[in-house]
Design a protein around this ligand. Structure first.
Ligand SMILES: Cc1ncc(COP(=O)(O)O)c(C=O)c1O
Length: 379
């Protein structure tokens, strides 16, 4: 039994196997960019980067330069692409740290080239095409022109051309339109006699549902961590058995008590006991990342059973109904995400209770929750 009050167990063996599964799925000729934004989706960036380096990731995808620098601190040599736009005052650091940047416009290309030239270095860049996400990227009709502009600029080296699906887990029709728009851009660039080393489009849902846009690089995030993107397009296979969630979130029972009918519970007394009940107080709350939106809706595993959250989740503590889990006592382990006995609560299920998505549930786990690494060589 650990001495932590709320902690996340990260199974490095699961991550290794998930990456191997993705490798198997896309084949040996397709590179894998593992997306490790937001502290590796809450799993702990340095440890996960080390594991992924050992397990054969080809490229890292990050949101910002601090993440890139943390990866460089773990190991050198791996290409890193910043998926977010680089602000003008960040470009110098990107050039010095050897981080490839995403370009959406000629203006960005110009100032990046200028800064790289001033430093006497060459900056790797990927041109992004907006096929329907509307966040970053050049319009498909202007993509070839931007590619040509980038190639004409000394000190920029065009390494990639990419796009991003907005709803590949949900909307086959919209995704097909995105896929087709990007295919046309790729064809136009090739017809102009331009070779771009890396062409990529597929996030996790793309890896599962859009094999035609695999090109020569895929960019999975959620799948690496063993979570299947929830949505209308669910994989037909037994994927949930092949991929293993790497993260389990746990806390402990701090108090068990009997309450009588009519007892109000927690802030705002939104829950009034409809009968005599046994209630456990647990050592996790929204300050740990157990989202308050799950109040009165989520469950936890305690004593091997699903126990409903009663009333509002508070900053550090949560109340659950253990009326049917008679043996539960102070000090026992409770599971917010993960398995206990024959029961399992997945990040996707918790997300649904909270009216959100598993990406948010995982990245919401806060700094005060220690990450405990199991089954591998962590950094
Ligand atoms: C540009 C880009 N590519 C890939 C990913 C990975 O997405 P997912 O976690 O759905 O695989 C993200 C994450 O949001 C992203 O922003």
């Amino acid at each position: 039994m650990t001495h932590y009050r709320c902690w996340a167990e990260v199974d490095l063996g699961a991550l290794r196997e998930n990456l191997a599964w993705i490798r198997h799925r896309v084949g040996p000729d397709v590179k894998i960019m593992t997306v490790v934004k937001a502290d590796a989706y809450g799993h702990g960036l340095k440890q996960i980067a080390a594991l992924l380096m050992q397990s054969g990731t080809d490229v890292f995808g990050v949101a910002n330069l601090a993440e890139a620098r943390a990866i460089r601190g773990v190991g050198r040599g791996w290409p890193i692409l910043m998926l977010g736009a680089c602000l003008p005052d960040e470009v110098e650091t990107a050039v010095k740290d050897g981080v490839a940047l995403t370009l959406s416009s000629a203006a960005e290309a110009e100032w990046c080239a200028k800064i790289a030239a001033a430093l006497g270095k060459t900056l790797d860049v990927h041109v992004k095409v907006d096929t329907g996400m509307g966040r970053l990227g050049v319009a498909p009709a202007q993509a070839l022109e931007l590619v040509q502009r980038v190639r004409a600029l000394p000190h920029l080296s065009l390494q990639g051309l990419y796009t991003h699906y907005s709803s590949a887990e949900d909307d086959a029709e919209f995704s097909a339109r995105q896929r087709e728009k990007f295919r046309e851009v790729v064809a136009r660039v090739a017809a102009a006699g331009i070779h771009v080393p890396l062409i990529h489009a597929n996030n996790s849902a793309g890896v599962l549902h859009e094999p035609e846009s695999r090109y020569n690089l895929v960019r999975p995030g959620l799948l690496v961590y063993g979570v299947v993107p929830p949505g209308k397009r669910q994989p037909a296979s037994n994927l949930h058995e092949l991929l293993r969630p790497a993260l389990a979130l746990k806390c402990r029972v701090s108090l068990v008590k009997e309450i009588s009918k009519g007892t109000p519970l927690s802030y705002g007394h939104t829950f009034i006991a409809p009968r005599k009940m046994r209630v456990a107080t647990l050592t996790a709350g929204y300050g740990d990342g157990f989202l308050r939106a799950g109040s009165g809706r989520a469950s936890m595993l305690v004593g091997g059973r699903r126990c409903a959250v009663l009333g509002r989740i508070t900053m550090d503590q949560t109340l659950v109904d253990v009326s049917r889990a008679k043996e539960v006592k102070t000090g026992d382990e409770a599971v917010l995400i993960g398995r206990q006995g024959r029961e399992e609560i997945t990040a996707a299920e918790l997300a649904e209770w909270c009216g959100t998505i598993p990406w948010e549930v995982l990245t919401a786990i806060t700094y005060r929750v220690p990450r405990v690494y199991l089954g591998g060589h962590a950094a």
